[in-house]
Design a protein around this ligand. Structure first.
Ligand SMILES: NC(=O)c1ccc[n+]([C@@H]2O[C@H](COP(=O)([O-])OP(=O)(O)OC[C@H]3O[C@@H](n4cnc5c(N)ncnc54)[C@H](O)[C@@H]3O)[C@@H](O)[C@H]2O)c1
Length: 321
């Protein structure tokens, strides 16, 4: 009998890539996607596979929606979240609702229904910034913006369900992803679509902030590795060790699109902008996962995808105004 996998937030960037990944790699899984379809959720991300999955439009904050989605489910992987740091700085209410209240609602229902494994997708931002070295999974959390703080809330709440009720929770904390289907409000697709629309790339502050970039399909494979081989109650850092400054990323985008590398527009820095994130991935490597893409091959793949799929991103840019 097929196994039933519930994917929340499966119409977003990483969630939809994960749906595609599971369909390609686990033909014995039936997939149910539960997604509220906020501005970040997009059914076009699942267009090629709509007949292969069950889609439920619903909210993880709503007990009834989660109960409907949980019917007969064996495994849960949860991506549903508000994800744009800038939006959380303008107002964090939606972030508190989905990340904290929503995570609690989801955990309560999953705990009541029972599950073999529950993977909550968290972020490197929960650790806060680090000047030198890398965080490992036992380091204390020190989130420094409202998005990161609410993600830390969800992350710790999920771990508390393991300790308190024995719910088989696992957490992945991942660095910045890039790849197909990422909303153009985020740095790499915003840079790509700006250049393709004849505009300069906008850079916050001095552009020397360092992020560690992972191609989304590698992250999907890592999350699947945790689902298949991870130990319950554990946290797994996921990263590719591609540390780059924002200026380096922008320069790469301009080079790949054949434009002058000085087409940059510097704007005032984001408040509380973390200087550097860095993770130690030894624990996920010990489960047998390593990255398949290099930074360059992942970027080439991403640039080609955005070049070939203007139909996908043009309407999103128009909606952003
Ligand atoms: N993108 C990254 O670089 C990155 C890095 C580390 C961790 N993460 C985490 O990975 C997950 C996915 O990130 P993403 O970039 O794909 O996000 P995204 O913004 O592209 O997608 C989020 C999805 O969640 C859905 N959603 C939002 N609120 C919901 C609710 N209340 N109920 C049901 N669905 C809801 C949205 O409709 C959307 O489809 C998030 O939890 C995020 O914190 C992302």
């Amino acid at each position: 009998m097929n196994k039933k996998l519930l994917i929340t937030g499966g119409a977003g960037f990483i969630g939809s890539n994960f749906v595609h990944y599971i369909l390609q790699n686990h033909p014995d899984y039936d997939i149910i996607v539960l997604d509220k379809l906020t501005y970040a959720g997009n059914l076009n991300n699942l267009k090629a596979v709509t007949d292969k999955i069950k889609f439920i439009r619903g909210d993880i904050c709503n007990t009834k929606d989660v109960e409907m989605a949980m019917e007969g489910v064996d495994f849960v992987v949860s991506f549903a979240a508000e994800t744009h740091v800038d939006r959380s700085i303008s107002g964090a209410k939606e972030f508190v609702m989905t990340e904290v209240f929503g995570a609690n609602t989801l955990l309560e229902v999953v705990n009541r229904f029972g599950t073999k494994k529950f993977v909550l997708v968290s972020t490197d931002e929960v650790y806060g910034e680090i000047e030198k070295g890398s965080f490992n999974e036992t380091d204390p959390l020190h989130p420094r913006n409202p998005y990161a703080a609410t993600k830390a809330g969800a992350d710790l709440l999920a771990l508390s369900f393991f300790e308190t009720y024995g719910l088989p929770v696992m957490i992945t904390r991942t660095t910045n992803n890039f790849g197909p289907y990422q909303h153009p409000e985020k740095f790499i697709p915003r840079a790509l679509t700006s250049v393709m629309s004849g505009k300069p790339i906008q850079i916050y502050g001095d552009g020397k902030q360092i992020r560690d970039w992972i191609f989304v399909k590698d992250n999907c494979a890592a999350i699947d590795t945790v689902l298949q081989k991870g130990n319950v109650g554990e946290v797994y850092n996921i990263c590719a060790k591609n540390e780059k400054t924002n200026i380096e990323i922008a320069t790469k985008v301009l080079q790949l699109l054949g434009k002058p590398v000085d087409s940059l527009k510097f704007v005032p820095d984001r408040p509380g902008h973390d200087k550097r994130y860095s993770l130690d991935p030894s624990k996920i490597h010990a489960l047998g996962w390593t990255c398949k893409e290099t930074f360059d091959s992942g970027m080439k793949n991403t640039v080609d995808w955005y070049k070939e799929n203007e139909w996908w991103w043009k309407p999103l840019i128009e909606n952003m105004g």
